[in-house]
Every structure is written in structure tokens, then in C-alpha cells.
Design a protein around this ligand. Sequence first.
Ligand code: SAH
Length: 242
Amino acid sequence: MILVKEKDPMGRAIADFQKNGVAGRLRVFSPQFEEDEIPVETLFREWDEMPAIEQKALQMAEGRILDVGAGAGCHALVLQDMKKEVEAIDISPLSVETMQERGVEHAMLKDFFDIKGEKYDTILMLMNGSGIIGSVDRLPDFFAHLDALLNEGGRLIMDSSDIRYVFEEDDGSFAINLDDSYYGELEYQMQYKRVKGNPFPWLYIDFATLQGYAEEAGYEAEMVAEGEHYDYLTCITKSKNR
Ligand code: SAH
């Protein structure tokens, strides 16, 4: 699915920041959380402003690289500076236009799940990259799609977070109802100025659960690095012996 400009708050914020060097508030709503905000300038972060796990991901990326949900193109631009071969996709027309203005050479308006007939060595999904998978029950389809897109020995390099800490009580126990859906399945909706987007599902996943699904699908999942706040970087490799 491709977003329409009238319902693309993040893309509008990115385009505004590109044009004016400042932007208003990019507001994030969720039934599960209090209202939050994404500082728009963080979407334009440069190498030295990136968290260590993102720097690590960019260093590891090799061969033909696909940057999925590339936003304002911050990672694609660094990869180009490193002389690596990168294609950047996003479902936001305004973000893709901004990437092109900023000099991302291969920026394309495309939904990851619609890509066909291409092969990559590295698929990058960053800034809680697991988000676009949406829910745990979509993991098998996600891995099947990866199968079609990765070369032999190719790797998915992705960050996520175990948000279990959100449910931790003062006494150290966890207020997680096991009958509910997986605790990392959230719904978000964004607003920028008067542009409000549709609600969308967003998945945060703990490493052990992700690893289980990866192995089930014939992949090897490795924890590459842990961030400062329950976030981590994983490298998931299409194993050769299957
Ligand atoms: N990776 C960027 C932006 C993260 S925000 C950064 O680190 O700054 C997530 C981005 O994913 C948004 O720009 C959103 O439009 C895009 N996106 C969401 N679903 C997508 C899909 N199915 N295919 C491609 N891009 C998607």
C-alpha cells in the first residue's frame, strides 16, 4: 500500500523540514500509550548522531543493499558516502521526493511487501525496523517474502526493542495478561499540523521470540549488539544448509 499525501503526516513533516530547516510537532497517538512526539530533526540524523547499533548496521551492510522504510534517507546517504550500493524504498511519496532532493540516487516509492523479482545481499530495516511487520502472526509471511528477496547467504539487518519494561510494576513483576495478544503489538496513528494519518499496526519484538520464528523459517538469527534502552540489533542470515 502506498500512502496518499493528504494522509501522510510523517512525509509532510519530513518535506517541511527539508524545505524550511524546521518543522512543527509530529504527534504520535496510541491506544496503549500516552501521546508522544517524534522530533523531526532526528529523521535527518547524520552518522555521528546515530545510535551505535545503527552505525554497526551500516558498517555490516554489504553487496546490493535495500533500505526498507528509508524515511528522509539518513541511512542511504551514509551508505552512499561509504561507496556502497543502496536502494531506498518507502510508501510515503513526500519522503521519497525528499530523499531524491537530498541526493539519494535510487529512492523509490514502493511497499516492501510488493517487491518482486529482485535479489539483495543485505536488507536493512532500522528505527524499530520490525515495526512494519505489524504483528507476530505475520512473521511467517515476512520470512517467506525474505526468501524471495535475499541472495544465498544474504542477511536481514534489523533493530527492534523488547518493550516488556513498559509493563514492569514497581515490585519487579510484569503486568502482562497472557490471554491478550503479544505485548509488543501496538497501534499507532500520527498527526502533523492538520494532516492525520490512518492508524497502523507496529510490532516491537523481543529477540527470543523473533529468533524462534526465524529458525522455524530456516534462518539463523544472531544478536549483534544491544542498545541503551532494551533495543537491539539482529542479523538474520539465510542459512546455506537447508
Ligand atoms: N528508517 C528511517 C525511517 C523510519 S520511520 C529512519 O531510521 O529514520 C518508518 C518508515 O517506514 C516510514 O517512512 C514509513 O513510511 C515506512 N514504511 C512503513 N511501511 C512500509 C512498507 N511496507 N514498505 C516500505 N516502507 C514502509
